[in-house]
Design a protein around this ligand. Structure first.
Ligand SMILES: Nc1ncnc2c1ncn2[C@@H]1O[C@H](COP(=O)(O)OP(=O)(O)OP(=O)(O)O)[C@@H](O)[C@H]1O
Length: 255
């Protein structure tokens, strides 16, 4: 077991934003956290990463939280005047001793993740000059440079085009298969969540609505209730696709 949370709760400005969340993560497992806007997905990731205070119990494998868990936030701060390579090197901070500069090994790791995310041509550009999608890949690269056992990704592909979405998710998937890294990813695209995750945890209004493998969780009645719109789940070439239910007025031949 890499991580186990029991009865996790978070209050923000007196509002109970998360309550009674039980969650576990095995070595090499990908857990997809899904749910509508405001369900508590980002709050859950921040609580697990130690950025937000929580109640309940959280047990993480050996080592400090900083060396065990890397969080890729949804809206990261990109520092002015910092190149992409310097920004990715920030991911090595947890490994640097106080006042110790980065080593050749840190630089090699940064160069490796920059290559993996195809950011070589941007390496010396100011990170603030990147497009939204390029910046998102730099943020993923910084999280990967931490070389932690657990990666928490908050909407890792929201700014990416289809090609880069597939590229970023498959790089993470490769790390999981090769190095046994465990992943918790909050994702809005339910098709991608079903494709990459071993299990899905569906949140609604701060609680868990369903947890299980993608076929168990992506169930039309549950999704329609939670997302407050009629949804259907289709199988397409062995993949699950969630689409708004067609009604008489949404038919293509209807005016
Ligand atoms: N500082 C805060 N004070 C009060 N409420 C907050 C605060 N931050 C977040 N919330 C509320 O907590 C709830 C959960 O927010 P969270 O960002 O975790 O949702 P989410 O599932 O990640 O949503 P989205 O899909 O829109 O990113 C929301 O209702 C949000 O308004």
């Amino acid at each position: 077991m890499r991580l186990q949370a029991t009865g996790l709760g978070v209050r923000l400005r007196r509002a109970e934003v998360l309550r009674g969340i039980d969650l576990h993560l095995e070595a090499g497992e990908w857990l997809g956290v899904i749910g509508p806007n405001g369900a508590g997905k980002s709050t859950l990731l921040k609580a697990l990463a130690g950025v937000l205070r929580h109640t309940g119990s959280l047990v993480i494998g050996s080592g400090s939280r900083a060396t065990q868990i890397a969080l890729m936030p949804q809206t990261p701060l990109l520092p002015e005047g910092m190149s992409v390579v310097e920004y990715v090197l920030l991911g090595r901070t947890a490994h640097l001793g106080w006042l110790r500069g980065e080593t050749r090994r840190d630089r090699r790791i940064a160069a490796e993740v920059i290559g993996r995310l195809r950011l070589e041509e941007f390496a010396d550009r100011p990170v603030t000059s990147l497009s939204g999608g390029e910046a998102q890949r730099a943020v993923v690269a910084r999280a990967l440079a931490q070389q932690t056992q657990i990666l928490l990704l908050d909407e890792p592909t929201s700014a990416l085009d289809l090609g880069h979405q597939a590229e970023v998710l498959s790089v993470v998937d490769e790390l999981r298969r090769q190095d046994g890294i465990s992943v918790i990813a909050a994702m809005h695209d339910l098709g991608s969540a079903a494709r990459y995750a071993d299990r899905l945890q569906l949140l609604a209004a701060g609680s868990t609505e369903a947890v299980g493998n993608p076929t168990q969780v992506l169930e039309p009645d549950v999704l329609s209730r939670v997302y407050r719109t009629p949804l259907d789940v289709h199988q397409l070439d062995g993949e699950l696709v969630v689409l708004p239910r067609r009604t008489a007025t949404t038919g293509r031949n209807n005016p």
